[in-house]
Write a protein that binds this ligand. Structure first.
Ligand SMILES: Nc1nc2c(ncn2[C@@H]2O[C@H](COP(=O)(O)OP(=O)(O)OP(=O)(O)O)[C@@H](O)[C@H]2O)c(=O)[nH]1
Ligand SMILES: [Mg+2]
Length: 340
């Protein structure tokens, strides 16, 4: 993929953190940060107001309110479209959002509609952050609504990756892994006597319609199958039930794993591309099925929380009776006021 023709868009805070990490890793990417709160933007190293930040004017966050976010992006649609048209050379726009918050989650559907009309030729990839199952009811509700929004415009999108916040304890650990994996996937190209992956091949793999999976393989494991299994278990991305895909890209360190053994781990419907390098092992799958299990778990968690809330019977007023029969006049007294 040609990095100068990629536009990484962060909608909201969590998304902005990951885009910021990618820009720190490689300054050739183009990046844009959209937010309703300047506080979310402040800590980012690569966000410069006046250069690559769009703050909705006169707003101060959405308060995790997707409806409010939808109103905000609609009010700003023309200005956002005009801004995106300045990036008309974009071949792949990667739109990052968390599902569980307000600003990004509520905006993504409208943002994609604006983006495809501003730059009709661009591929639209999504990187969506799913909440951990220890988050609250509103996080789950926002996530399911965001899921349905994206599914209602699936035909406008290409590759989608789901980050699973259950996979590590801290956001910083998740973000670091996501940044490393995405940068490896976008850098899949390689030239070697036994096989090349060029920019066009990498583009095809990374923008195939469906879910994309990146597997970083650790060195020194027994064999290719073991390395793949270990990587799947460790991955910060939500995983599908089966590993059927349209395209498979394999870039291996010379003399590490056997590329044929790797290819045997997957059912590939269109093409497999293989190349070699001197430092890392990465496998990228394009066009996989959607990891429905992850979203079903979030629905179950929401149902469970709602059920517990309904059976809670919250008590606020508790008046204590005294044993000695003495009338506690003050506690039982009802005063009535009337105002003219
Ligand atoms: N992996 C990861 N997840 C994050 C991070 N920050 C927030 N999240 C996730 O995103 C959710 C909150 O969404 P934010 O991105 O903060 O929300 P927002 O889009 O800024 O919207 P507001 O609610 O208006 O602030 C949390 O519930 C987490 O699931 C981060 O840095 N990394
Ligand atoms: Mg925010």
């Amino acid at each position: 993929m040609e990095k100068s023709k990629m536009l990484l868009v962060g909608l909201g805070q969590g998304a902005g953190n990951i885009v910021d990490g990618l820009l720190s890793k490689n300054s050739s990417y183009n990046g844009l940060f959209f937010n309703s709160s300047s506080l979310d933007i402040k800590p980012l190293k690569n966000a410069n107001i006046g250069k690559n930040v769009y703050l909705y004017p006169g707003t101060d966050g959405s308060g995790r309110d997707r409806k409010r976010s939808k109103e905000m992006i609609k009010d700003n649609a023309n200005a956002i479209g005009t801004l995106l048209k300045k990036y008309s050379q974009t071949e792949v726009m990667v739109i990052f959002t968390s599902f569980a918050g307000g600003t990004g989650s509520g905006a993504i559907k409208t943002f994609i509609q604006i983006a495809t009309s501003a730059i009709p030729t661009t591929k639209i990839n999504i990187v969506g952050i799913l909440p951990s199952l220890s988050e609250d009811q509103l996080a789950f509700k926002n996530t399911l609504e965001c899921w349905n929004d994206i599914n209602s415009i699936m035909d406008l999108t290409n590759d989608i990756k789901f980050v699973d916040n259950n996979k590590r304890n801290a956001y910083s650990e998740i973000n670091k892994e996501v940044v490393e994996s995405l940068d490896l996937a976008y850098n899949l190209m390689g030239v070697h006597g036994d096989g090349n992956i060029d920019k066009k091949d990498s583009f095809r793999i990374n923008t195939a319609d469906g879910v994309g999976i990146v597997l970083k393989l650790y060195e020194g494991l027994k064999d290719a199958r073991t390395a793949i299994d270990f990587s799947i278990k460790n991955s910060v991305f939500a995983q599908p039930d089966i590993y059927d895909c349209d395209y498979l890209g394999v870039n291996l360190k010379v003399d590490s794993y056997d590329s044929n053994e790797i290819a045997k781990c997957f059912e590939v419907y269109k093409s497999t591309y293989t190349t070699y390098n001197n430092s890392f092992n990465v496998v990228v799958l394009g066009g996989c099925e959607t990891p429905t299990e992850s979203i079903k778990l979030i629905k179950l968690a929401l149902d469970d929380r709602s059920k517990r809330e309904h059976s809670r019977g919250k008590i606020r007023s508790v008046i204590i009776d005294f044993d000695d029969d003495s009338d506690d006049l003050e506690a039982n007294e009802t005063l009535e006021f009337s105002f003219e």
